[in-house]
Design a protein around this ligand. Structure first.
Ligand SMILES: [Cu+2]
Length: 174
């Protein structure tokens, strides 16, 4: 509301005595003020009040080492290799579609709202959904996830198309 007040003052100062223009600005400001509550009544109050950190998450570039995790589908089965690894805060993990794709990486059961928001923000590309990477279609196609600003903890993930074949893993951030 403060913004609209300032905008109106600015309009009045610039437009001076031009009554018609001033009225148009007033109508426009009124429409803008009314729009959010009319279109998104449920979403407006909750995020700001309960999850300020989550709503503010932005992609955080990695500042440490990059660890490789191969995505494999062959005669031995479907797996991430290594299936579990421990990294430091600020490191990144590069998933590589080695064989048997398409594969993806989908993190599951991330219950902490801030962790979920940061991890999701750190996952680039046209994702399949929240915490779900795009499908890696090409051989040797990489997908890099930064764990910068992701809180310490263990993050479990699956490959969505091969979940039934037990293609899963975990990353522990120290
Ligand atoms: Cu897979």
């Amino acid at each position: 509301m403060r913004f609209h007040g300032i905008a109106l003052l600015a309009s009045a100062a610039v437009l001076g005595a031009c009554g018609g223009e001033k009225k148009a600005a007033t109508d426009s400001a009124a429409a803008n003020a009314a729009a959010p509550s009319a279109t998104t009544p449920a979403a407006t109050p909750a995020p700001a009040a309960t999850t300020p950190a989550a709503s503010a998450a932005a992609a955080a570039p990695a500042t440490g080492a990059t660890h490789e995790v191969k995505m494999i589908g062959d005669a031995s089965g479907y797996k991430f290799d290594p299936a579990s690894l421990t990294i430091k805060s600020g490191d990144a993990v590069k998933f590589i579609n080695v064989s048997g794709g398409p594969h993806n990486v989908t993190f599951q059961n991330v219950t902490d709202a801030a962790a979920k928001a940061q991890l999701d923000a750190n996952m680039p590309g046209a994702k399949m959904g929240e915490l779900a990477s795009p499908m890696l279609m090409q051989p040797n196609e990489p997908y890099v996830v930064s764990f910068a600003k992701v809180p310490a903890g263990t993050y479990n993930f699956i490959c969505t198309p091969h979940a039934a074949m037990n293609m899963k893993g975990s990353i522990t951030v120290q």
